[in-house]
Design a protein around this ligand. Sequence first.
Ligand code: ADP
Ligand code: MG
Length: 321
Amino acid sequence: MNEFELIDYFFKSNTALRQDVIIGIGDDAACVEVPSGHQLLISCDTLVADVHFLSTWDPYFIAYKAVMVNISDIAAMAGTPAWMSLALTLPAFDKVWLERFSQGLHDALGQFNVSLIGGDTTRGPLSMTLTIHGLVAKGQAVMRSGARVGDSIFVTGELGAAALAVTALANASLDVADKQLLEDKLMRPQPRVDWAPCLREFATAAIDISDGLSADLNHICVASKLGACLNLEKIPCHPILERLGVNPLDYALSGGDDYELCFTVPFEKKTELIRYLEAKQWPVYEIGTIEARHGLRAKHASGEVTSLPARGYCHFGARGC
Ligand code: ADP
Ligand code: MG
């Protein structure tokens, strides 16, 4: 199979085509129709073998996760994902590997009605760069920079399990249910795309938690030129953390890979938000407040407030950047 046959067979033939794709895979560039009154959201993520995933993973989940983490960036801007491109670098042509990879890719894209509209295929060490394009009504994107003093800080789910999975899955004594749970958290993240209307209605700022709550909340603070105080008792640490004997807050605050959303809501909209979420039966956790003083602080059960380092995953330099 040459490069073009490979693209046709694995990527073009089973792509779900949206009405708004004028030209997808196969021309020099894709052409899509952006609906009037909307803006484009564009984000790309590179995943490198043995940095973001292990080359020993089932390729289905390498692709699945790559798509989901990319879509999560559109969710965090309160948009709707629409089109994806994939630049794939492969060490060799491996039909079995590509079958699984493309299956995971198309399954993940199909869940959110995203069309694969193009890409690039090259030979080299295994890595991939995915670019997602999303849509949002003009002026409705929720940015990191919009938080205000007094806003409450919320997160959409329990944190820390995906980060624990990285080390715990190597442990042979793990029971079957825990292994399944950790694999799900690590390899099958569920981006919070459903929350986009809620963010547009209530949030002043939002981010998805990819590097760790403290690091990602700090991005909101820096962009908004403000600080935050987290109520440590209120942080929803995943129950598996305590069960497996690690410090839950360490993982929840700086673990990363959760893909929950962290967002800020003005005081006057809080009651309405809670009512909205109760009607949907969606869990949400209020974990702190935006403050004028720069930096992060932690309020302990004793009432004591200490400064909190913004720690998370970082490619260059030690943790703590
Ligand atoms: P060009 O040489 O003009 O850049 P390519 O030969 O790289 O074109 O790609 C041919 C077509 O296949 C293009 O439409 C491109 O977007 C698409 N394509 C290439 N690789 C992939 C891939 N991994 N996934 C999806 N589409 C791809
Ligand atoms: Mg090319």
